[in-house]
Design a protein around this ligand. Structure first.
Ligand code: PRP
Length: 179
């Protein structure tokens, strides 16, 4: 199987506009004077996260941290496990936390991760995703902030990859699979 870049599905302008809107929602909902910890899940979400936090007001107390995880929630392995490759440096106990993901698909990664983070007793724990493939969901996850709901299509760019490639594209594009 080889892959070719397809059409632009979400342009950089459309993404930038939506990122601003989400940042405004987050700012409106945030508790004044309390730190907000934004947790990015590597690698894909780092692109979205860095644009998102730079749209937050300067007078907000915003902290940024990252985790690298892999979910082993499929049927072949015991579910409910998320393997941590890189953990947070921040102690989130008593803090307001927003987990930022580039995409939610089956929901298994986020579901397991949220269970793990809840165990660290944050004051609140919310989820922000750029893309939501709702029809692929295997487990329910409450998404508090969502950029775009998209159909079940293979997409790359703006952090999303195809075997490690094309994360660096400014627009989100489709992928054409060729046999
Ligand atoms: C993607 C995405 C989520 C996960 C979503 O990560 O960033 O972490 O898959 O899928 P799910 O809802 O079915 O669990 P990926 O494993 O591709 O890692 P990457 O961000 O490093 O590309």
């Amino acid at each position: 199987m080889s892959y070719k870049l397809g059409e632009v599905l979400l342009s950089r302008e459309v993404i930038a506009e939506r990122v601003k809107e989400i940042a405004a929602e987050i700012a409106k909902d945030s508790e004044k004077g309390k730190p907000l910890v934004i947790v990015g899940i590597l690698t894909g979400a780092s692109f979205f996260l860095t644009d998102l936090v730079r749209e937050l007001p300067e007078d907000m107390d915003v902290r940024v941290d990252f985790m690298s995880v892999a979910s082993y929630g499929d049927s072949t392995v015991t579910s409910g496990v998320v393997r941590i490759f890189h953990d947070l440096k921040t102690n989130i106990e008593g803090k307001n936390v927003i987990v930022v993901e580039d995409i939610i698909d089956s929901g298994l990664t986020l579901s397991h991760l949220l269970t793990l983070l809840k165990g660290r007793h944050p004051a609140s724990l919310k989820v922000c995703v750029l893309l939501d493939k709702k029809e692929r969901r295997k487990t329910e996850v409450k998404v508090d902030y969502c950029g775009f709901s998209i159909p079940d299509e293979f997409v790359v760019g703006y952090g999303l990859d195809c075997a490690g490639m094309w994360r660096h594209l400014k627009d989100i594009k489709g992928v054409i699979e060729e046999k």
